[in-house]
Write a protein that binds this ligand. Sequence first.
Ligand code: 1PR
Length: 526
Amino acid sequence: MVTVLDYGAGNVRSVVNAIGSLGREVRFVERPEDILQAERLVFPGVGAFGEMMRVLRHRGYVEPLLAYLRSDRPFLGICLGLQALFEGSEEAPGEDGLGFFPGIVRRFRVDLAVPHIGWNGIKARKPSVLFRGVEGNEKVYFVHSYHVEPRDPSVVLTATDYGVEFVSAVEKGRVAAVQFHPEKSGPVGLKILKNFLEGTGAPVLPRVVEPKTQLAKRIIACLDVRANDRGDLVVTKGDQYDVREKGQVRNLGKPVDLARRYYEEGADEITFLNITGFRDFPLKDMPMLEVLRRTSEKVFVPLTIGGGIRDYTDKDGTRYGALQVASEYFRSGADKVSIGSDAVTVVEEVLKTGAPTGRSAIEEISRVYGSQAVVISIDPRRVYVPSPDAVPHRVMETAFPGPGGERYCWYQCTVKGGREGRPVDAVTLARVCEDLGAGEILLNCIDRDGTNLGFDLELIHAVREAVTIPVIASSGAGCPEHFLEVFTRTRAEAALAAGIFHRREVGIGEVKELLRGKVPVRLPLG
Ligand code: 1PR
């Protein structure tokens, strides 16, 4: 029996599912006594440090947790569950941590995108039971803006490089804690988790200890989901967002089955976009929640869900907040939510009034769940103009002139799945959303979507250079070389594709094989 401390934020379902997949039963901490009675305790934290400590204090968990840790019983902290063990965090000055390990938690000060999101390596610093069967050159999944800085070097279990070398796991006796997410790190993550659950055997050092680790460029499979004309939920795919062929919604497979296939093929992340979410209310018949629940039972890489994340008033006048919708998604197995149309509305408002309200979906969700949980999905369309000052938007010179020979263009944001253009450009939208608290940009391009012509490098370059958060390049991938092109000619952190994967024209393994040795990628090790 494994006890999981769920203090109510973020996605604990993945941890529970991962433990379940290893044949163990889980019970949750419901009262402070449950902590003291646990045989094996897992503390998966996501969200913000200050909020977490307030909840732990409010529920009376701090003293029992410290008593459990001091008695040297099996403990595994994950992400914020690692940071909680330290004395405090720059994220919440004045808020005490548990202080089990001397040291504090610092924000990344690096010339790279923050949060540090994605698959990076771990360099073992001492032997551990957790490393049994681990080669040492695998990559595991990280998502965080802060890292621990222990004062006692003997507790350091692993280190990772991201602009600086930071401590990515600690261990003292039977208390271990990791910054990465084993439950989201595919087969190697499950191995580490299994080692913790079994807790037996002699500590070992992995065979390989790399001199320096590298964050991999991520390959993401995207599933556009909607009900077809018969009412079945299907994965569909548009050509420049038109998903109908001969009047029928294209049907490329079942969401859960396809997600499973992509996980096995080595996708670094899976994104579901509920493409009619702008008109359906996601909490009404909840088909996407079920898709997430079932996917997260078998798929142990990060899951993002988008579509319909906004405030909503039903026909009886009951108001639902975007935060509530997002919370349901997180509870069902999502790691991140992606906001499309609502982000455009919010940015238009901010540009008009000059000040954020503090109550937008982006602000509320990132405050509660952390910025890493908020992705902004942008659906821009290229608009040609004759001169740089023809419109009051961010205009750029293009190497691909328009039909009338225009040498300039801007990228107009759209809402409702590309149906309506709005007076805001993609670069400005990305920048304002970053200021509001978004943690990542999913950058589509209607002109390229489904064309197999390659990513729109001009758009991706412009947006990536305008923000400090990671950018996922999307739309237009037609062959493995297009991925190499986007990673070598822009600073995009990830690239997403749909059509070529669904139609089996190109496999995820094939893409990674081409990238191997040229850009860092996660190869299917372990
Ligand atoms: O506006 O918050 O409800 O979110 C709706 C979401 O649904 C947005 O993220 C929007 O991008 C998406 N969406 C809406 N309509 C469509 C459509 O296709 N008719 N799909 C749509 C967007 C674009 C990509 C696609 C890539 C790669 N799909 O995600 O997967 O372009 O395709 P490719 O590799 O085949 O070229 P809200």
